[in-house]
Design a binder for this molecule. Structure first.
Ligand code: F6P
Length: 346
């Protein structure tokens, strides 16, 4: 049995833990042979591979990123110019390399391509990944816990400098459509305002709250997810570039708030954008364990011929769900979660 492995989409801490578990169990327990594909779907599209054996995965558990590389290449949008579709080219390359099963580790976009490939008869097993934690078919994905801890530590540090300078400090965190990182890091870090994509906010109300915080001896900390948007007319963000899956490159909401808070309250405001720091570096213990469990179970699914399935954490159990479910409904922060927090949500 020859198993191909790829990691697609934005990287996140824990990807190497999945690869390591797949290869170790697959080789040592089942006698499988592995081939790594470089840079997400670009690898199978172009037949670009990397050797993958037990020696190659030694020592990678604490390492962030992915030893396979990643990209947002979308084979469903590629027309190589030789009459074949991108998907056909992937299929031909897999067959040419003698790959019997493909394990795709990725988020909604990567698993969407995996779903399409499986529908065309290719044996595929999926492992969910996103630091945003917004994949519907699993309670958690690895990478999220690491990102939340990084953001929480940043908020802890910003409290003391905000108080010393009597400034409003704004922290922009990742979260395209879902505010899970902002919610968890904001709650864990004791932020005063949390702004998330699920709940459009009024800048005036945020400013009122910021001013009321200054009446006390505390300086306000505002956590804003990059995808959060004001209801106000006439304020807009600059960057509108799209990636291969049609997503807008986000950013700028923290900067916008900095300017609006200063203008409307007369108080000094400063913004810190955490950006890719949240995705880099070593995974937390929680993420290492989850990634390892996903990897072990995914190669078990290969062994059982459970193709077209994705690993999912439900409660404390890892179960298999149809790949198509992973991409069906995004998991957003429900209103009851922000209603219960003693924080201002805009
Ligand atoms: O989808 C995960 C994510 O980290 C989002 O939170 C963010 O908008 C996006 O990826 C940024 O990705 P990149 O900068 O790698 O294109």
């Amino acid at each position: 049995m020859r198993v191909g492995v790829l990691t697609g989409g934005g990287d996140c801490p824990g990807l190497n833990g999945v690869i390591r578990a797949l290869v170790r169990r697959g080789t040592q327990e089942f006698g499988y042979d592995f081939v790594g594909f470089r840079d997400g779907w670009r690898g199978p599209l172009e037949g670009d591979t990397i050797p993958l054996d037990v020696a190659a995965v030694r020592g990678i558990l604490p390492r962030g990123g992915t030893i396979l590389g990643t990209s947002r290449t979308n084979p469903l949008k590629q027309a190589p110019g030789d009459g074949r579709s991108g998907l056909d080219r992937v299929k031909d390359n897999l067959a040419g390399l003698g790959v019997d099963v493909l394990v795709a580790i990725g988020g909604e976009d990567t698993l969407g391509v995996a779903t399409a490939l499986h529908a065309e008869g290719v044996p595929v097993v999926g492992v969910p990944k996103t630091i945003d934690n917004d994949l519907g078919a699993t309670d958690y994905t690895f990478g999220f816990d690491t990102a939340v801890n990084i953001a929480m530590e940043a908020i802890d540090r910003l409290h003391t400098t905000a108080e010393s300078h009597h400034r409003a400090l704004i922290v922009e965190v990742m979260g395209r459509n879902a505010g899970w990182i902002a919610l968890h890091a904001g709650m864990a870090g004791g932020a005063n305002v949390i702004l998330i994509p699920e709940k459009p906010f009024s800048i005036d109300k945020v400013c009122e709250y910021v001013e009321s915080r200054f009446q006390t001896r505390y300086a306000p900390i505002v956590v804003v997810a990059e995808g959060a948007r004001p209801v106000d007319e006439g304020v807009s963000l600059l960057d509108q570039r799209l990636d291969a899956f049609g997503h807008v490159r986000l950013g700028g909401i923290g900067q916008l708030l900095e300017g609006e808070i200063e203008k409307r309250t007369g108080k000094e405001a400063r913004c810190t954008v955490l950006g890719h720091i949240q995705r880099g570096g070593t995974p937390t213990a929680f993420d290492r364990v989850l990634a390892t469990r996903f990897g072990l179970q995914a190669i078990g699914a290969v062994r059982n011929g459970a193709f077209g399935m994705m690993m999912s954490l439900q409660g404390t159990q890892i179960v298999r769900v149809p790949l198509a479910e992973a991409t069906r409904e995004p998991k957003l922060v429900p209103p009851e979660r922000y209603a219960e927090a003693e924080v201002f949500f805009g």
